[in-house]
Design a protein around this ligand. Structure first.
Ligand code: NAP
Length: 299
């Protein structure tokens, strides 16, 4: 079977169109403009390109948005005071602090300094807890993007065997929590495998999966004989495996794409699969945060 490609850029564009309409409606009906601040500390080139892309998308969607650049030597106390200012600003509904932060700043202290109702990355322990108990407004962007890709391309995972490879706090664990929920787009039987899982057991679990979500950070790890015919494969991995002739980074996912595509029904490419969804989900969270602040949705 030659798998159908799940094209993240197309799904992301579709969701952004839906969000644009929602933002217009919120403005017209409720005089509500979603507000997002992205805080960048220092001049890391990767971080600059991420915050630039986030700002560009938020402008395109009609948000009120602020790019707040801080010097690399800002103190932790000053950064916390800045967060406090945005926590109290009624025009700002989403606060994003671009990681990594300089070494003299405790990232956890900073992330925990964001009001959970404005924590559009959903990394604050309050939001992690809300997700686990199923009473949440927003989800961490990458696993939320995976859920959208599954739901829109493959269909509702209700009752399916979902296997998640990896248990990081930003992808694997929240992915498990999302897929477990008794909700549309979830309600699956979920297994999580990791480095503590013996390899033969891991392969056994992967072979049972109707939906296999891989976030291990190991290039071309998942082999064709580890999956069953018709599986839906979501490859979160982004691994640099060298340089192209034109000097660009050569990327590979965590799945042996060519071989696994022959057995899967759906598969995400790398690049162009999960990656394009992440910023769009941040925008979705910001719209949700604005609606919560206006009392239009309640937890
Ligand atoms: P991470 O923090 O390094 O976590 C990797 C997880 O995979 C860990 O739980 C680890 O187990 C597990 N693991 C590692 N090697 C394994 C193996 N051989 N067998 C089974 N499990 C294994 O990475 P992450 O932040 O979750 O990211 C994972 C991948 O997704 C990376 O390639 C990253 O670049 C990519 N990513 C992409 C996006 C996107 O937008 N597309 C966003 C985030 C991450 P232990 O817990 O036992 O160490």
């Amino acid at each position: 079977m030659a798998a159908k490609l799940i094209k993240g850029a197309e799904v992301a564009a579709q969701i952004r169109e839906e969000l644009k309409k929602e933002v217009e409606e919120l403005k017209a009906k409720h005089n509500l403009v979603p507000g997002l601040v992205t805080i960048l500390v220092g001049q890391d080139p990767g971080s600059i390109s991420y915050v630039t892309a986030k700002q560009k998308t938020s402008h395109e969607l009609g948000f009120y948005s602020i790019q707040d650049n801080q010097e690399p030597d800002i103190t932790e106390a000053a950064l916390l005071a800045l967060l406090d200012k945005y926590n109290k600003d009624p025009k700002i509904h989403g606060i994003l602090v671009q990681l990594p932060l300089p070494k003299h700043i405790d990232s956890n202290k900073v992330l925990y300094g964001i009001n959970p109702d404005k924590d559009v990355d959903a990394f604050h322990p309050v939001n992690v807890g809300r997700i686990l108990i199923g009473n949440y407004a927003f989800l961490p962007c990458t696993p939320a993007g995976c859920q959208e890709l599954i739901y829109r391309a493959y269909g509702d995972p209700k009752g399916k065997e979902v296997v998640v490879v990896g248990r990081s706090n930003i992808v694997g664990k929240p992915m498990v929590a999302i897929m477990l929920q008794k909700r549309v787009g979830a309600n699956a039987t979920v297994t999580c495998v990791h480095t503590g899982t013996p390899k033969d057991k891991m392969i056994e679990h992967c072979r049972r999966a109707d939906i296999l979500i891989v976030a291990a950070g190991v290039p071309n790890y998942i082999q064709a004989d580890w999956v069953k015919e018709g599986v839906c494969v979501i490859d979160v991995g982004v691994n640099r495996i060298g340089m192209t002739e034109s000097g660009k980074a050569k990327l590979a996912g965590d799945v042996d794409f060519a071989a696994v595509s022959e057995k899967a029904s759906f598969i995400t490419p790398v690049p162009g699969g999960v990656g394009p969804m992440t910023i769009t989900m941040l925008m979705k969270n910001t719209v949700m945060a604005a609606k919560m602040a206006a009392g239009l949705v309640k937890l």
